[in-house]
Ligand binder design. Sequence first.
Ligand code: SF4
Ligand code: SF4
Length: 367
Amino acid sequence: MGDREEISKQFLGTFEFQGIKRRDFLKFCGATAALLGLSESFIPKIAAAIEKASKRPPVVWLNFASDSGCTEALIKATYPNAADLVLDILSVDYNETIMAAAGKQAEEILQNSKKAGDYILIVEGGVPTKKGHGMIAGKEMLDILKEFSGPAVAILAVGSCATFGGVPAAKPNPSQIIGVTEALKKVGVKKAVVNLDLCPVNVEYLVAVVVNYLLLGKLPELDSFGRPKMFYGQTIHENCERRANFDAGRFVETFGSNEEALGYCLYKMGCKGPMTYSACPKVMYNDRISWCVKSGGPCIGCAEHGWPDKFAGFYERLPDVKLPGIQATADKIGAVAGVATAVGIAAHAIATKSSGRGKGEKEGGNK
Ligand code: SF4
Ligand code: SF4
């Protein structure tokens, strides 16, 4: 058994694995094809690419300045679950948060991975650049990044902290934390980085990028921020299930209100969906059960460069959001719709009174 297989065995020992059913595997391939924008005819090709891969791509996962929320998202992902992910697609050789080994043994595993090379380097967390503010085993995180970026075949920055600094880099940023792309430039490493923004990373995005690499032998097309266009090409607002309410001027004004119960638009509660690029409404979280807006919370824009400072405070309205083709802000449209609705309600009330109906009846709540 080679070093890499031994490493993987140790890593896998931290999970209680179960057999993967063929049907589930094909379901996963189908979902991945959809994510990649491929037709169903690609499902067998994706399955073959994963099954016939001579070896699963080895992964070295480094944790820097963050709360390890992306690692948590990985191990709690239900679809694909961690077992599917690790056994079928990736060989996660090193992730200090969840691997069984610790201390000297973990350090040896990391060094062995570097010696073997050709791994996918996944970085979680921002990179502190102030000396002494981010150390692991006596080394600066910035130096560790430089050391392990060299032998990597691809570098993925996962989660908002790794992409552009995220929460740890928020003002006043005493540790002078920066994202992976900027950190690599600082230490003179010229390598492309795939930025998977979001807090935490959506594991389906991560897996789709790796499958894309297995299938086509290259990383997906990136936007000017290094993000895969297939996931960051449209705003939340474009695909939001509450969009019809926005267009009609139906807004939630207060949490706990009737309007909230009716699923009206959350723009006035601070939703940053109109300025945030990510496929959250399509891919969702938790086995595609829900996502922020669906569960009742305004999008706080965690997929965007410069977050969270750019969008603080989270419950403040974005200024000057225009409705498509209409030169007015949502506030104005909301007010106009409110007047129209109020007229409608008054007319309805008169009609109801004159017809003798209406005892205990509740009105909808357009604003
Ligand atoms: S403002 Fe937010 S809640 Fe309203 S439609 Fe846009 S993304 Fe959805
Ligand atoms: S909906 Fe907005 S806040 Fe929620 S994960 Fe997506 S970008 Fe982040």
